[in-house]
Design a protein. Structure first.
Lengths: 197, 1168
C-alpha cells in the first residue's frame, strides 16, 4: 500500500532465487512489508557444470516452470544440490522471479545483497527520468551466493530491518544504524546512498 | 455517433457515482487504513483523464475535508491528490499552494508530522514546473496570485535547507534542484537526438526559463535567473560544510551533477562542479565512515564518467580523465567507452581552426588565437610560453635529480609530517600506481612538482623567467630612449594626441637613422619608414575593417572575447574623433544584433570605463587633462551618452525596439543616461507598449542607483495625454509596490512628486505643453495618481500629504479632498490617529474629512476620540470636526455642543446633521442608541434664548429636533409629555406641539395638550409665550379652536380673530356647532352670541312658516277636489271613487318638492 504505516522494503540480489528469496521468506514471516527482486539481465542458477548455468528470462518464467524444468533435466542432481528445494520454497512465496528494473512500485528502502547489484540498482534509479521525486534509500550488504550464507545473511538483513522499523523516523537514524553495523561487521561491505524516484 | 456519446455520458455518470460511493465508503470506514484505501481509489478515479475538470472541482472540497482527520498518512494522500489535480486542471493550483503552505507549518498534535512536511516539499518540487507553465500560459490575475503565493511558499521551503530533520533537508535539496532547472535557460544548442540530450533528460526538461517571455506581465526573467544563480551558488557552498551528513552530501552532489548535465555552460556549471568534486575528493568531510567514503568515490566516478559525454566537457576532458584513472580507479576502457565518438575526435590533436567543431569553438580560448597569425598580444603568448618553458625547465631539473636517493630522502622527510592515525579517507582514496618508478611516472611526478614549485616562485625555471622579463624590460626601455615606438603592450596603451595621429603599427624608424648599407644584417627598425598621417589613417581603416570581417574565423577559433576587446579598443581608443569607427561598429552590430549584442555592450562598457577613468586609456587622458588637453570627464560622459543613444536610435529607426539588444543596452550597461531613458520613452509610448513597460519595470528592479530617476520617468508617463499609458504606469506601480526593496524608493519618489505640486509653476515633466506654465486640475490629479496607490498601505505617506494640503492653494486642496476620497476610505484608524498626533497647521480640514469618512465605516475608538478631542481643543478647530466622533463624546459635552450649533451662524447648516448623528449613533457592542432621544429633546427645551433672535433659532431648529426619519412617534410624545409636566414649561413647548402635529399627525394628543395649556393660561406668562400661542393656533387651526372658543375671553377672541383673518370666523362657527351644549353654555357670552347664527335661525323660521302655509293650502285644495269628484261619480256611475288613489298635478309637484327639500336639508346639515 502506498500510504502504509510500515516501511516499504525491497530486497534484491542478482537472480531473485537464493539470497533475496531467503531474505524475503524470513522478513515476510517476521511481518515486514517486503518484496524481492533480481537486478541481473537473466535468472541464472547453477547447472551441471560451472560454465553451463540454467538461464531463464525474467517476466514470463514462473518458479513452477523452473521447478518442472529442473525436474525434467536431472531430478536427482538438483535435489542433491538443494536447488529443487530452493525453487520449491520460492514458488510458495510468490509466482515468479521479478526484475527490479521492471518494477514501477516505489519503496522506502532497497536492500542490495551484493555490490554489483547495488551499482545496478543505483545506476537504474539515477538514469531513469524521475516521476514523483520521492526519496529511496539504497543499502548494500554483501552476502555470498550459497544457501548457508543466504540464511545467515537473511537474519542479518532482518535485524537491520527490525532496527529501522523500530525507529520513530528511520531517515533520522539510518545513518547512525548503518555506521554502527559497519563497525561491527566490516566484511559486509555496507554502503548507503539516497536516490529519488 | 449519438450512441457513442450516450455511452460516454453513461460512463461519466457511472464514474461520478463510483467516486461518490468511494468517498462515502471512506467516510464510513472505521479504520484509517480502510479510509486510505477508499480515498486512494477516489483519487485515482478523480484524476483519471476521462473525468472532467468540472467533476474534479465538484469533489475537491469533499476530498480535502478528509485532511481534518489529522492523520499524517491521509494528509500525505491529500497532498498527492492536490498535485495530481493541479496537473490535470491548472485552476486547482491556487488551492494546492494554499493548502501546502498551511501544511508546512509544523504541527505537534499530529504524529509523524515530519512526513507531511517532507511530502509537501516533494509535491512542491513536482508542482514547480506545473505552476511555471500555468503562469506562462494564463497571465490572468488568478495565475499571478498563484505565482505570488507559490513564491512565498518557495522562500519558506528554501529555508528548510537548514532544518533539523535530515529527511526534510534532503528533499529540500531536490526542491532547489527543481528551482534552478526551471529558472535557468535551456541550452539552445541541445540536439534532441544527441547523447547529451539523453543525459540531460530529467522530469524538468519540459519547461525552463527559456519559455518565459521577456515581456511577461508578472514573471521577471531577470529576477528568476538571479534566483537560480544564487541557489546554485548556495548548493555549491553546501558541499564545503564540514558537518554535512553523508546522505545530504550525496543528495547535493547528485543534484549538482544533474544541473551540470542539463545546463553545463550556464553559470560555468561544469568547471565549477568539477572543482567541487576535486576539492571534496582531496578533502573528504571528517564525519564520513569508510563505507560512506567508498560510496562518495563511487558517485564521483559515476558522475565524472557521465560528464565525459557532454560536449561542454571537452576542454576539461584531460583533467577529468586523469582524475578518473589516477584517483578514482576507473579503467581506460571505461573512460574511453564513456566518451562519445564525436567528442573523442575533438579531444584529438587540434585540426585547423576553421575545421573546429562548434562545441569546442566556444570553449577554446587563447590557444587557437595565439597560434594564428593574429599576434596582437604577443606579450601574453610570450609570457605564457615563457611560463611553460619555465615549468619544463624546472621539471627537467627535478627529473634529473629524481633518483632513488633523493626520493628516499624526500620520503624520510615526509615521514615526520605524517599523522599518527590513518585518516578514514586515505584508505578509500588510496590508489596504487601501477607504473610507479617507471619513466612516465617519474616524468609526471616531475611535472607535478614543477608546477607547484613555479607557483611557489622557486626553481631554476622561475629564476630564468625572472631574468627574461628583466631583460625584456631593459630592452624596451632602451628602445624607447632611442625614440622607437613600441607596439601596444598586452595591457593596452591608451590613445593620446600623438598616438592618435599615428598608426598603432609596431615600429617606427627613428628620424636620425638613415638608410643602412646592404651588407648590414636586416634590422627592422632601420628598414622601416615613418608613415604619413594619411597612410596611417588609411591603414588603420583597413585594419579595422579586416578585423571586423574576421569575426567568423575568430569565433570559430574560440577567441571571441579577445576579438571583441580588440574591436572595441580599435573603435574607441586611438582617435580623438572615433565616430567613423563607432558608426561602422554600430552598423556591424546591427547586422547580426543577436550574436553581437555582447560586442555592443563591451563597447559601451569601454566608453563608460573611459568616462570614469578606469581604463588605461583614461589614465593617459588624465595626464592630458592636467595639461589642459584632452577631454574632461563631462565630455567623456557625453561621448558615452552619445554612443548609447546612437545605437538605440539606430534600432528605433529600424523598429528593433523589441529586440534583446535594445533591452540589454538599457538593462546591462553600467549607466543609463537620461537621453537613453528618452529612447525608452519611445518604446513606452508605442501602441503596443507592453514590452517597453516591461523593460522599464526591469530597469527599476535592477538599477538601484538610478532608481529615483527611473521612477520619476515612470511617474512622468502618467502626465501624458494617454489614458492607456497612465493605466499601464499605474499597473506597473502596483506590481512594484509589492516588492519591499522598491517600496521605499517608490514612496520617496511619490512624496517628491506631490511636493512638486507646491511649486509656483508646474515642473516640466508634468506639462503636456511646455509653454503652459499654469497649474491645471488635471495636472494635480495626475500628480496624485501614483500616490493614491501607495497611500493605503504606507502609513508614512499620510503626513506628507497633509503637509502638501496645508501649504496648497484652494484648487489643490479641493483635488486632494475629492480625488483621493476613495483612497481615504481605505485608510485605517491607526493611520488617521498618527496624523492627529502630527497634523500640520492648515491640514485640519483634511483631517476632519478623514475622520468623517472613517466614522462612516467604523466606530472610532475611545483613544481616537480622546486624541481628536484634545487636538480639537488645542487647535480651536471648527466644532463640525467633532460631528463624526460625537458618539464617543460624553453626554454633557454633547449637551453643551447643541446650543453652540444652534446659535452660531456658520454651523446653521449642520444642525440637521448634528441631530441625525445624535439619533443614529449606536454602541458597537450592544447596538443600542448611545444617546436617549427623550433626554436630547428635553435638554433642547431647557436651552434658554438670550434674545429674540436666539429664540427664533431655537424654534427654527425644532424642525431637525423632531426628525421623523430618526425619531419614533412614541419617543417624541413621551418627551413632550415629560416637558409638559415640568413646573416651568418653556415657551418652546407650544412650538414643539405644532411640530409634532405636523410631523407625526398627532391629532387628539396635540389638541388635548393645547387645551390644557390654554386652560392653565400659560400663554399669559410672557410676550414670547403669547406669540408661541398664536403661532400654535395658526398651525393647529381646528385642533386648537375648541380650546380657544371654550376658554378665551372676548378680548382674546377678538385679538385672535384679527390675527387669523375673516376666514377663521366661518371655522369658529362650524366648530361652535360641534361643541357640546355644556361647552357652549360655559363659553363667553359675547363669543357665543357672535357665533350664534341669527340669520340662519330666521331663515329656518321663514321656511317653516312657508311650509305650514303650503300644507294648509294643499289640504284645502284636496278637500275641494274630493268634493267635486264625488259629485261627478255620483252623477255618471252612481259609485263614489276612493280619495287616496287620486293623482293630481299638484300632488306630483308636492312629492318632487318634498324630495328636493330633503336634499336641501341634508346639504345644509353637511354644510353645518
Amino acid at each position: 500500500m502506498e500510504y502504509s504505516s510500515k516501511i516499504r522494503f525491497a530486497v534484491s540480489c542478482s537472480s531473485n532465487m537464493n539470497r533475496s528469496m531467503e531474505a524475503h521468506s524470513i522478513l515476510k514471516k517476521r511481518g515486514f512489508n517486503i518484496e524481492s527482486y533480481g537486478s541481473g539481465t537473466q535468472v541464472k542458477i547453477p547447472g551441471p557444470t560451472i560454465d553451463r548455468p540454467n538461464c531463464y528470462e525474467f517476466g514470463p518464467t514462473t518458479y513452477e516452470d523452473i521447478y518442472s524444468d529442473l525436474l525434467k533435466k536431472d531430478h536427482q542432481f538438483y535435489l542433491t544440490s538443494g536447488l529443487l528445494n530452493m525453487v520449491d520454497r520460492n514458488r510458495r512465496i510468490k509466482a515468479r522471479p521479478q526484475r527490479f528494473q521492471s518494477e514501477t512500485r516505489e519503496f522506502d528502502i532497497v536492500l542490495c545483497l551484493e555490490e554489483r547489484v547495488f551499482d545496478q540498482v543505483v545506476d537504474f534509479l539515477n538514469r531513469r527520468i524521475g516521476s514523483t521525486g520521492n526519496p529511496v534509500h539504497v543499502i548494500n550488504i554483501d552476502i555470498e551466493d550459497n544457501p548457508e550464507e543466504a540464511t545467515v545473511g537473511a537474519f542479518f538483513v532482518s535485524d537491520l530491518c527490525a532496527k529501522l522499523e523500530k525507529c520513530d523516523d528511520f531517515e533520522e537514524e539510518i545513518d547512525q544504524i548503518i555506521t554502527d553495523l559497519e563497525e561491527t561487521n566490516p566484511k559486509r561491505n555496507l554502503l548507503h546512498t539516497i536516490c529519488f524516484y | 455517433m449519438s450512441y457513442v456519446i450516450h455511452e460516454l455520458d453513461d460512463d461519466l455518470e457511472s464514474a461520478t457515482d463510483r467516486i461518490g460511493e468511494t468517498l462515502k465508503e471512506a467516510r464510513e470506514a472505521e479504520t484509517i487504513d480502510k479510509k486510505i484505501v477508499s480515498l486512494s481509489t477516489a483519487m485515482h478515479l478523480l484524476c483519471a483523464p476521462n473525468i472532467s475538470n468540472y467533476t474534479l472541482d465538484n469533489f475537491l472540497t469533499e476530498m480535502l475535508e478528509f485532511a481534518d482527520l489529522n492523520d499524517s498518512r491521509i494528509i500525505c494522500l491529500i497532498i498527492d491528490f492536490l498535485l495530481k489535480a493541479s496537473a490535470k486542471d491548472f485552476t486547482v493550483c491556487n488551492k494546492a499552494v494554499e493548502r501546502y503552505s498551511f501544511y508546512l507549518i509544523p504541527n505537534n498534535q499530529i504524529a509523524k508530522y515530519q512526513s507531511v512536511i517532507k511530502r509537501v516539499v516533494v509535491a512542491s518540487t513536482n508542482l514547480y514546473p506545473i505552476i511555471l507553465e500555468y503562469a506562462i500560459n494564463d497571465k490572468d490575475v488568478q495565475a499571478e496570485r498563484c505565482w505570488e503565493a507559490f513564491n512565498l511558499m518557495k522562500s519558506r521551503i528554501c529555508m528548510l535547507v537548514d532544518n533539523d530533520h535530515e529527511g526534510v533537508r534532503t528533499v529540500t535539496v531536490k526542491f532547489l534542484e527543481a528551482l534552478i532547472l526551471c529558472q535557468s535557460p535551456k541550452p539552445k544548442e541541445l540536439d534532441p537526438k544527441s547523447v547529451w540530450a539523453i543525459e540531460a533528460n530529467t522530469r524538468f526538461h519540459k519547461i525552463s526559463l527559456t519559455d518565459v517571455p521577456r515581456n511577461h506581465r508578472f514573471l521577471s526573467y531577470h529576477k528568476a535567473q538571479l534566483e537560480a544563480e544564487e541557489n546554485f551558488s548556495a548548493l555549491l557552498k553546501q558541499t564545503s560544510f564540514t558537518g554535512i551528513t553523508s546522505q545530504n552530501l550525496i543528495a547535493v552532489i547528485e543534484s549538482l551533477c544533474i544541473i551540470t548535465r542539463c545546463r553545463p555552460t550556464w553559470e560555468n556549471a561544469l568547471p565549477r562542479v568539477f572543482d567541487v568534486i576535486k576539492a571534496l575528493h582531496s578533502n573528504v568531510p571528517p564525519m564520513l565512515s569508510k563505507g560512506q567514503v567508498k560510496f562518495l568515490r563511487k558517485s564521483f566516478k559515476y558522475n565524472l564518467l557521465r560528464f565525459l559525454k557532454l560536449p561542454a566537457s571537452v576542454p576539461l576532458q584531460k583533467k577529468i580523465v586523469t582524475m578518473l584513472t589516477d584517483y578514482l580507479g576507473a579503467s581506460s576502457r571505461e573512460v574511453n567507452q564513456s566518451i562519445p565518438q564525436e567528442l573523442i575526435q575533438r579531444a584529438a590533436p587540434r585540426p585547423p581552426p576553421n575545421m573546429e567543431p562548434a562545441a569546442k569553438r566556444a570553449k577554446l580560448t587563447n590557444q587557437i588565437f595565439d597560434d594564428d597569425d593574429d599576434d596582437d598580444e604577443p606579450g601574453t603568448s610570450t609570457t605564457k610560453d615563457a611560463r611553460t618553458q619555465a615549468i619544463d625547465m624546472t621539471a627537467k631539473f627535478i627529473l634529473e635529480r629524481l633518483n632513488h636517493e633523493t626520493v628516499l630522502n624526500l620520503v624520510k622527510i615526509s615521514l615526520y609530517t605524517l599523522p599518527t592515525e590513518m585518516p578514514a579517507a586515505f584508505a578509500s582514496s588510496y590508489t596504487p600506481i601501477a607504473n610507479a618508478g617507471s619513466e612516465p611516472n617519474r616524468q609526471e611526478l616531475a611535472e607535478l612538482m614543477a608546477v607547484q614549485m613555479t607557483n611557489k616562485e622557486i626553481g631554476p625555471g622561475y629564476e630564468w623567467l625572472q631574468q627574461k622579463k628583466k631583460k625584456e624590460y631593459e630592452a624596451r626601455n632602451k628602445a624607447r630612449s632611442e625614440g622607437i615606438a613600441i607596439a601596444p603592450t598586452p595591457h593596452h596603451e591608451p590613445s593620446t594626441g600623438r598616438m592618435s595621429m599615428k598608426a598603432p603599427a609596431p615600429v617606427e624608424k627613428p628620424t636620425a637613422v638613415s638608410q643602412q648599407k646592404a651588407k648590414k644584417a636586416f634590422n627592422l627598425v632601420e628598414e622601416t619608414e615613418k608613415l604619413t598621417r594619411e597612410e596611417a589613417a588609411d591603414m588603420f581603416d583597413l585594419a579595422f575593417e579586416s578585423v571586423l570581417l574576421a569575426e567568423r574565423r575568430v569565433v570559430a577559433g574560440g577567441a571571441k572575447s579577445d576579438y571583441q576587446k580588440l574591436v572595441v579598443r580599435l573603435a574607441t581608443r586611438f582617435w580623438e574623433d572615433c565616430s567613423p569607427y563607432e558608426e561602422k561598429l554600430v552598423s556591424f552590430v546591427l547586422k547580426d544584433h543577436k550574436r553581437r549584442s555582447d560586442l555592443a555592450l563591451l563597447w559601451l562598457c569601454e566608453l563608460y570605463a573611459q568616462y570614469q577613468g578606469y581604463s588605461n586609456c583614461a589614465l593617459r587622458i588624465k595626464e592630458k587633462i592636467e595639461n589642459n588637453e584632452g577631454s574632461t570627464q563631462a565630455q567623456r560622459l557625453e561621448r558615452y551618452d552619445h554612443a548609447m543613444c546612437r545605437i538605440l536610435d539606430s534600432m528605433l529607426e529600424r523598429n528593433m525596439e523589441k529586440e534583446t539588444l535594445f533591452y540589454k543596452i538599457l538593462l546591462e550597461t553600467p549607466l543609463l543616461t537620461p537621453n537613453a531613458t528618452e529612447r525608452l520613452k519611445n518604446a513606452c509610448l508605442a501602441k503596443e507598449n507592453e514590452h517597453g513597460m516591461s523593460m522599464l519595470r526591469e530597469l527599476i528592479l535592477t538599477r538601484n542607483r538610478q532608481r529615483p530617476q527611473l521612477l520619476q520617468f515612470l511617474f512622468g508617463l502618467c502626465f501624458l495625454d494617454r489614458p492607456d499609458l497612465r493605466t499601464s504606469c499605474i499597473d506597473t506601480v502596483k506590481e512594484l509596490c509589492n516588492l519591499p526593496f522598491i517600496r521605499s524608493s517608490l514612496s520617496d519618489q511619490a512624496r517628491m512628486q506631490i511636493t512638486d505640486c507646491l511649486e509656483a509653476t508646474p515642473p516640466i515633466y508634468m506639462r503636456k505643453d511646455q509653454r503652459n506654465t499654469e497649474w491645471t486640475e488635471e495636472m494635480y490629479k495626475n500628480a496624485f495618481a501614483v500616490y493614491s496607490i501607495l497611500l493605503p498601505s504606507d502609513p508614512l505617506l499620510l503626513a506628507p500629504l497633509a503637509h502638501v494640503y496645508s501649504q496648497g492653494n484652494g484648487v489643490l486642496k479641493r483635488i486632494i479632498l475629492r480625488t483621493l476620497e476613495p483612497v481615504y476610505r481605505q485608510l485605517s484608524q491607526e493611520m488617521i490617529q498618527t496624523l492627529i498626533e502630527d497634523c500640520p497647521h492648515g491640514a485640519e480640514t483634511l483631517l476632519a474629512r478623514l475622520v468623517v469618512l472613517l466614522s462612516e465605516r467604523v466606530m472610532p475608538s475611545i483613544e481616537f476620540v480622546q486624541k481628536l478631542k484634545n487636538f480639537h481643543d488645542e487647535r480651536k478647530m471648527d466644532l463640525r470636526a467633532l460631528l463624526p466622533i460625537i458618539g464617543g463624546l460624553p453626554k454633557d459635552e454633547v449637551f453643551r455642543l447643541i446650543p453652540a450649533f444652534i446659535f452660531k451662524a456658520e454651523y446653521q447648516k449642520n444642525v440637521s446633521i448634528l441631530f441625525r448623528r445624535i439619533y443614529s449613533v449606536r454602541d458597537p457592542n450592544t447596538g443600542e442608541s448611545i444617546f436617549d432621544p427623550v433626554e436630547i429633546i428635553t435638554e433642547y427645551h431647557k436651552i434658554e434664548a438670550k434674545d429674540d433672535k436666539e429664540a427664533e433659532l431655537l424654534v427654527k431648529h425644532l424642525e431637525y429636533l423632531f426628525d421623523a426619519t430618526h425619531l419614533k412617534p412614541d419617543i417624541a410624545s413621551q418627551a413632550i409629555e415629560t416637558i409638559f409636566r415640568w413646573d416651568d414649561v418653556p415657551f418652546l413647548f407650544l412650538h414643539s406641539l405644532y411640530h409634532l402635529y405636523r410631523k407625526f399627525k398627532f391629532d387628539s394628543f396635540v389638541a388635548n395638550l393645547f387645551y390644557k395649556v390654554t386652560e392653565k393660561r400659560m400663554y399669559q406668562q410672557s410676550e414670547r409665550w403669547k406669540q408661541a400661542f398664536h403661532t400654535c393656533i395658526k398651525e393647529l387651526k381646528t385642533k386648537a379652536y375648541p380650546a380657544v372658543l371654550c376658554l378665551a375671553t372676548w378680548e382674546e377672541y377678538e385679538e385672535l380673530k384679527a390675527l387669523l383673518g375673516k376666514e377663521a370666523l366661518a371655522d369658529f362657527k362650524a366648530i361652535y356647532l360641534t361643541l357640546s351644549t355644556q361647552q357652549q353654555k360655559n363659553m363667553d357670552e359675547k363669543i357665543k352670541e357672535e357665533l350664534h347664527d341669527k340669520e340662519r335661525e330666521n331663515r329656518d323660521r321663514d321656511r317653516r312658516l312657508r311650509r305650514e302655509e303650503r300644507k294648509e293650502k294643499d289640504r284645502t285644495e284636496k278637500e275641494r277636489v274630493n268634493h267635486f269628484q264625488v259629485a261627478r261619480v255620483n252623477y255618471t256611475m252612481g259609485w263614489p271613487r276612493k280619495p287616496g288613489r287620486t293623482r293630481t298635478p299638484l300632488g306630483l309637484s308636492s312629492i318632487i318638492f318634498s324630495h328636493f327639500f330633503h336634499e336641501i336639508h341634508r346639504n345644509s346639515l353637511i354644510f353645518s
